[in-house]
Design a protein around this ligand. Structure first.
Ligand code: HEM
Ligand code: HEM
Length: 216
């Protein structure tokens, strides 16, 4: 075994936005699921169950929107592992080759586990899709929201979409996007764990501490 070096990879904004997103998304999934398939939980209307759950959904929705915008900003000013470029590995031949290598490992065609300082090419591509999914949920979410908030700034920004796309289509698309995100999270935690065990580079603890370890 070669000398092991410890590298600082994930800066504070990357880690903070990751965990704010996770908290917001858990809240949004639970409350969103209830909004879409409500049950009577209250004994009297004054308990305002649906009202509070929708309120929680909107607060978490704003938190997700601010956090995602902050992470996009950081992809222009952050370190090399946080840069927007890492999310487009297929732009170069070397990146495409790396994607194929990682893919071969995941489907048991290769024994070479991905061992990158930053993101592996496959993970980076999937995260790009996840960020697009975030933006989709935020845009459709606010387009639904503005129907309850006329004359607001958000109405100014998203009102046109509410006029253009019927409400039920927005709801269906918003709801379906939730299931895509849940599908990703199941795979995300599984593959993170798997890489952590196989590579022993501290992938999992990295998203808490910022550090990963590498063999030289
Ligand atoms: C709602 C749940 C989650 C979502 C939507 C999510 C999404 C993401 C995204 C988009 C990234 C890329 C971060 C960036 O560059 O800004 C990321 C990174 C990461 N996430 Fe999550 N995450 C979730 C939960 C978790 C959990 C529960 C864990 C661990 C127990 C975890 C572990 C990691 C790790 C280790 C990385 C570092 C990047 C890597 O090496 O692949 N995530 N996550
Ligand atoms: C991870 C992100 C999100 C998830 C998983 C999510 C999930 C959901 C779900 C499942 C519904 C019910 C749709 C239905 O079946 O009728 C819903 C409704 C809604 N969501 Fe989201 N949502 C997210 C983000 C947002 C954001 C960012 C906003 C912006 C404020 C938002 C605003 C709304 C609104 C206004 C409704 C309709 C509420 C009602 O008519 O009572 N959502 N959401």
């Amino acid at each position: 075994m070669g000398r092991v070096v410890i590298k600082y990879v994930w800066e504070i904004p990357v880690r903070v936005t990751h965990w704010v997103n996770v908290l917001a998304i858990v809240t949004l999934c639970v409350t969103g699921f209830y909004i879409g398939a409500p049950k009577t939980l209250a004994l009297s209307p004054s308990q305002y169950v649906m009202g509070w759950l929708r309120f929680a959904h909107f607060v978490a929705g704003y938190a997700l929107a601010v956090s995602v915008l902050a992470r996009i900003y950081w992809s222009f000013v952050g370190n090399e592992y946080a840069r927007w470029r890492v999310f487009f590995p297929w732009f170069t031949a070397a990146g495409r080759r790396k994607m194929l290598e990682v893919f071969r490992w995941y489907v048991f065609l290769s024994r070479q586990a991905p061992n990158e300082v930053g993101l592996n090419a496959m993970a980076a591509t999937v995260y790009l899709l996840v960020f697009l999914l975030y933006l989709f949920l935020i845009v459709t979410g606010f387009a639904l929201y503005v129907q309850y908030a006329p004359h607001s700034l958000m109405h100014f920004l998203f009102g046109w979409l509410a006029l253009l796309v019927p409400s039920q289509w927005l709801r269906l698309a918003h709801h379906l996007a939730m299931w895509f995100l849940i599908g990703f999270v199941i795979n995300h935690v599984y593959s993170g764990w798997l890489v952590d065990i196989r590579v022993k580079g501290g992938v999992m603890s990295g998203i808490f501490s910022g550090y990963k370890s590498m063999e030289e």
